[in-house]
Design a binder for this molecule. Structure first.
Ligand SMILES: [Zn+2]
Length: 242
């Protein structure tokens, strides 16, 4: 009996996991979209948040071979809002934190294959050692390939902040980015993925229309616009795409 119970529990967990990654069309009509979550592209074997450049380029090539069409987070938002799928097999490559190697290492590869991507910037880190400078951000933006969005102002654990501090993280990062980028910033990625439902109306009031979590799975509108799922790249993300 106990064994049967366990079998049921294991089956249900497996089913839940399978459903999270299953590219079944969402009820709203949006195409379930894999959003890959990268950080650094660098050769640091002991850091699971780093993908080495050779592996990254192989992943880019495989993504294209599988017929995926990389779009930016802004383009996904537009597709969802208009309910018009401008591409049939969308995928997003996202980079959190705004590391300098996104410019020195990832950007040349993205340009080589003409791949669109989105970088989520921590505004208080911009210009610091190991992080992107405004000049680098501008050059990447001007290429027409890279979309920049918010990863808050200080990359704090939002669950440990008071409500007004959380609000400031959303509002200030948006204002600083919009001043420098001359475009609306409508999308945010939560630091560490940590979020609560009380933050959704705050984001909306601040002018955001979408927020990305680290909950695993393909992204779809039925998850709600402020808890969109992503696929981590700490292990091979391509197993979910084939
Ligand atoms: Zn981060």
């Amino acid at each position: 009996m106990i064994k049967k119970k366990w079998l049921l529990v294991v089956s249900l967990i497996a089913l839940q996991f399978a459903c999270a990654f299953s590219p079944v069309p969402a009820k709203t009509g949006s195409t379930p979209t894999p959003i890959l979550e990268y950080h650094s592209i660098a050769d640091k074997k002991d850091d699971i948040y780093c993908v080495d450049p050779v592996t990254f380029e192989e992943q880019v090539k495989t993504i294209l071979q599988l017929g995926y069409q990389p779009i930016t987070a802004s383009e996904l938002l537009e597709m969802w809002k208009s309910k018009q799928n401008t591409v049939s097999k969308p995928i997003l490559l996202t980079f959190d934190d705004g590391y300098k190697d996104n410019y020195t290492t990832a950007f040349p590869i993205l340009k080589k294959y003409q791949i669109k991507a989105t970088v989520f910037l921590v505004t208080s880190s911009i210009g610091k050692p190991n992080f992107l400078s405004w000049d680098e951000i501008k050059e990447m933006q001007d290429s027409g390939l890279i979309d920049f969005e918010s990863h808050t102002d200080t990359h704090s654990n939002l669950l440990k902040l008071k409500a007004d501090q959380v609000r400031n993280e959303f509002v200030e990062s948006k204002q600083i980015l919009e001043q420098h980028l001359n475009k609306p910033v409508r999308i945010l990625a939560y630091p560490y993925g940590y979020h609560r439902a009380y933050m959704f109306p705050m984001l909306k009031k601040a002018g955001y229309e979408m927020a990305l979590s680290t909950n695993p799975g393909f992204a779809g509108q039925r998850q709600g616009m402020f808890a969109v799922r992503r696929i981590t790249t700490t292990s091979d993300p391509l197993v979910h795409l084939r």
